[in-house]
Design a protein around this ligand. Structure first.
Ligand SMILES: *Cc1c(COP(=O)(O)O)cnc(C)c1O
Length: 429
């Protein structure tokens, strides 16, 4: 499909392009295996001499068509799906890092990514320096080391709702000759396309707005094709030196701008196997078909709810980056002028216990460990997603102990506000 089309059209039609007489709807290729007429043809696939499918642990046609759609939405050159957002961030980093290497990461990363880097990847010998995303360039520069291989941040941090200063981060990362990897889960490509502001790799938890209906856990990695791995000699040797497990193929030589995604597919997916099921990718594709309709509605509702909360006398504070006066309002206007996301955080006068009381009295908004689907939901990070963190770490992650994360859905906004109103009545004033 022509990439001249607007993003709304890409949501609906990119990816699966049926030929004459083929199904109009993306088929679910529920097959682990693919048939070949002779042994030599299949041998060529194993040598990466020919393109084709041979085993769904590496690639599957349903998955690939959905990856193509996400690639088109982000404006990248290559993309892949993973079984979860966790796997996407893991592969995105591990594709260019190994034991002895180092990563610079924003302190406001999603708790799962924070643990991935500071617990599990640390055990693998990959070190991580945490930086305050509001730091000036000089401070950020000091976090880099000789062995730093990438910089990691979120376009809108979950749940701190810190909006990334893309240009500052891209400048610092590129000054140290490493790619900027941005998790764009909350903004989605509808509101923000990080490649336009210097990011090199984008990751997603497709579990959130992209799926949009809380049906399937999934992830995606997209490469802008802009980072020139081969320009830095042996620094990214996994991409620029022979891979003996494929008879010495050099990814940057053989696959050009698709080197990074090809390596993650044929090496990491081969060895680690976090592939999504084709059925889940089919569901994700249905979600993507309405992403451009849902995201603006989430944002419109969230802005109404945030303004209402701000004027309520039992509410101590509201954090929503599209709200005038918010610390990140100007960055949000610069990088995502059409809206940020449907997630708001707020706290009540009184504190932590009042937050729990409010949540227990909500009727329409459910308490779930999820955000960013069609139904309004709430979570108390200090009691749930972030309960492994101490108060110091919570503060660094931008999460107050009384913080309620409210994921505003696409219901009628008056019903969402009425629900909050009746629950707030239970809080002593
Ligand atoms: C949920 C989330 C993840 C992890 O994704 P899963 O699909 O749950 O594995 C990563 N990053 C962000 C910003 C998220 O919100």
């Amino acid at each position: 499909m022509s990439y001249e089309y607007s993003i709304e059209t890409k949501c609906v039609q990119s990816g699966w392009q049926p030929k004459n007489g083929e199904p109009r709807v993306l088929p679910i290729y529920q097959s682990t295996t693919y048939k070949y007429e002779n042994s030599d043809e299949m041998g060529k696939l194993f040598d990466l001499e020919a393109e084709g499918y041979f085993y769904t642990r590496l690639q599957n046609p349903t998955n690939d068509r959905v990856a193509e759609k996400i690639c088109a939405l982000e404006g990248g050159v290559a993309a892949m799906l993973t079984a979860s957002g966790q796997a996407a961030n893991y592969y995105a980093v591990f594709n260019i890092c190994e034991a002895g290497d180092h990563v610079v990461m924003s302190s406001t990363m999603y708790g799962g990514t924070f643990n991935l880097l500071t617990v599990t990847m640390k055990k693998m010998g990959i070190a991580c320096t945490i930086v305050d995303p509001d730091s000036d360039e000089e401070t950020l520069n000091r976090a880099f080391q000789e062995n730093t291989k990438c910089m990691l941040a979120e376009s809108i941090a979950n749940p701190a709702l810190v909006v990334l200063d893309f240009e500052k981060f891209a400048k610092v990362a590129h000054a140290h000759q490493v790619p900027l990897i941005v998790d764009n889960t909350f903004a989605t490509p509808i509101n923000c396309r990080p490649f336009e502001f210097g990011a090199d790799i984008v990751t997603h938890s497709t579990t959130k707005y992209m799926d949009g209906h809380a049906m399937a856990v999934g992830g995606a990695i997209v490469d802008s094709g802009n980072f020139d791995w081969a320009n830095y000699g042996e620094k990214f040797h996994g991409l620029t030196m022979p891979d003996e497990s494929y008879h010495g193929v050099v990814y940057t030589e053989k696959f050009g701008k698709k080197a990074y995604i090809t390596k993650a597919t044929v090496q990491l997916m081969r060895d680690l196997g976090s592939i999504p099921s084709p059925m889940n990718s089919f569901l994700l594709n249905i979600g993507l078909e309405t992403l451009h309709l849902r995201v603006p509605r989430h944002c419109e509702n969230a802005l109404r709810v945030a303004s209402w909360l701000e004027s309520h006398d039992k509410v101590a504070w509201v954090n929503y980056p599209s709200l005038p006066g918010n610390k990140y309002y100007n960055l949000a206007q610069k990088y995502m002028p059409n809206g940020t996301c449907g997630v708001i955080s707020f706290g009540l006068k009184g504190g932590r216990n009042e937050s729990v009381t409010l949540m227990d009295h909500l009727k329409l908004a459910a308490i779930v460990t999820h955000v960013a689907d069609a139904r309004t939901c709430v979570l108390h990070p200090a009691s749930h997603t972030h309960r492994q963190m101490n108060d110091e770490q919570l503060k660094e992650a931008g999460v107050q102990p009384d913080l309620i994360r409210l994921s505003v859905g696409i219901e009628n906004v008056d019903d969402i506000i009425s629900d909050l109103q009746q629950a707030l009545a239970y809080i002593g004033s």
